[in-house]
Design a protein around this ligand. Structure first.
Ligand code: ADP
Ligand code: ADP
Ligand code: ZN
Length: 212
């Protein structure tokens, strides 16, 4: 059986990272996160500037940089879940020229809830594990459950930048939803539920898809 090739779409804070990790582990596929790859390459000098300069303003990193990352990562694996890509129509069109996607999952969450999730998000400075001060707190205050290192707030999870990211989503990423809307394999997932329930919905849909 062919491994799934999944696109996980959703606004900032919808739970893409959380669910992407669960999907990848369960199906034994790669979790490809453009945000993660760009943060590792924050200071990379390119003709268009460094990724970090765009991330910190809550803007999209130029397509040329992101498309290259995705093409390289996809080329290394059989199955994957793409988290945070495509984020505009040009990226969606580019993706269609390099691979065939089996499932497109849109995690839908209302804006008010997104702001709560993003402003309370904390990440491990070493291993990247994700927490929330209220919805998913670490066992010890400010300390990673997995590796004991310090939890930090992402530079773009600051109030003003959050609002800009939500605006960028409406302007640039909503057209991607329209682009995929009538395609086979497109589903909208109710993302407002707790993480376990969201995961159950996603798993059911993916397992139904290949007749397991
Ligand atoms: P994204 O990758 O879409 O930005 P994350 O997976 O990083 O989203 O989740 C954003 C924040 O919300 C994190 O702090 C995470 O712990 C928390 N979170 C994720 N899923 C849920 C959920 N279903 N309910 C409440 N909080 C959640
Ligand atoms: P979130 O979903 O919580 O906004 P991500 O980690 O997916 O977080 O993205 C963080 C930032 O990385 C984005 O605000 C943007 O600057 C950049 N980025 C991530 N993916 C893309 C992409 N596909 N195209 C352009 N920029 C991207
Ligand atoms: Zn850690």
């Amino acid at each position: 059986m062919e491994l799934p090739k999944i696109v996980l779409l959703g606004p900032p804070g919808a739970g893409k990272g959380t669910q992407g990790g669960l999907i990848a582990e369960y199906f034994g596929i790669e979790h490809i996160t453009t945000g993660g790859a760009l943060r590792i390459n924050r200071e990379l000098e390119t003709e268009q500037g460094t990724p970090g300069s765009f991330i910190d303003r809550g803007e999209l990193v130029p397509d040329a940089i992101v498309n290259e990352i995705v093409e390289v990562e996809i080329g290394k694996v059989e199955g994957f879940v793409l988290d945070g890509y495509p984020r505009n129509k040009e990226q969606a069109e580019y993706l269609s020229t390099i691979t065939e996607i089996s499932n497109i999952m849109y995690l839908d969450v209302a804006e008010e809830e997104l702001i709560k999730r993003l402003s309370g998000r904390r990440v491990c400075s070493e291993c990247g594990e994700n927490y929330h001060i209220e919805f998913h707190p670490p066992r010890l205050d400010g300390e990673c459950d997995l590796c004991g290192n310090k939890l930090i707030q992402r530079s773009d999870d600051e109030a003003g930048t959050i609002l800009n990211r939500l605006k960028v989503f409406s302007e640039h990423t909503k057209p991607v939803l329209e682009y995929y809307n009538n395609r086979e394999g497109f589903v909208r997932i109710e993302g407002r539920n707790n993480p376990d329930d969201v995961w159950e919905d996603i798993r059911n849909i993916l397992e139904m898809g290949d007749g397991k």
